[in-house]
Design a protein around this ligand. Sequence first.
Ligand SMILES: Nc1ncnc2c1ncn2[C@@H]1O[C@H](COP(=O)(O)OP(=O)(O)OP(=O)(O)O)[C@@H](O)[C@H]1O
Length: 249
Amino acid sequence: MSDIVLQTNSLGMTFPDGTRALNNINLTIRKGELVSIIGPSGAGKSTFMRSINLLNKPTEGTIMFEGEEVCKAKGKKLRLIRRQIGMVFQHFNLIKRSPTYQNVLHGRLGYMSSFKGGLGRFSEEDTRQALNILRRVGLEEQAFKRADELSGGQQQRVGIARAIAQSPSLLLADEPIASLDPSSSENVMNYLKTVCEEDGLTSIVNLHQVDFAKKFANRIIGIKAGEVIFDGSPKELTDGIINYLYYNK
Ligand SMILES: Nc1ncnc2c1ncn2[C@@H]1O[C@H](COP(=O)(O)OP(=O)(O)OP(=O)(O)O)[C@@H](O)[C@H]1O
């Protein structure tokens, strides 16, 4: 069986106002990789990430996700694809007034009827799993606290736990540490890497901080003006490439 999780071919994106955000992106991402996407502001990192689950529909090319052609998917097929893709957001996107464990349970909604989900009727097994995932991100003792009582770093670990509860095959994290201080950032990236490794989960993480990308990713992709200008290991990312990527030197 192929270990390819995601493959893009000639992927391009022009927004309705004419902004060319992505150009001819050809990438193959394999099971278990932790890929970090870096590049200057406006390079197209978020657009690329959002195109994978069609939050931004690409205008050209194809995206194959686990053998399915994403750009052609609609309705139930698209919902099933999205269920396989967990998302972690910069601003956590938690339900602030709900307890931590319930936020994690929201990761299970895609597996429930809208009736049961709407009433919050999660199974005992789902609740047990949610508590178990909270333990894995070191938040067992915060399970019954309101989400907004947690620190930023803890809230992001809840965001990771919610994505993991979805049992995804791909995790997308868009600037997951951009709102955190350096020590919380380190802590969050450590948990993210560990849970991905434990579950053999593939992840793509947009990062502004090159040092974090070098420390945590096993592959780095540099995007500049909508194009891939670097794709290699952290060791291969030289200062010269970083300067070209960010400063055009
Ligand atoms: N909805 C939109 N309509 C028009 N242009 C857009 C839209 N969303 C993004 N863009 C433009 O597309 C380009 C890529 O934006 P994107 O947000 O993907 O960059 P980024 O690398 O994620 O930047 P940042 O690091 O600042 O988040 C930018 O020029 C941006 O202004």
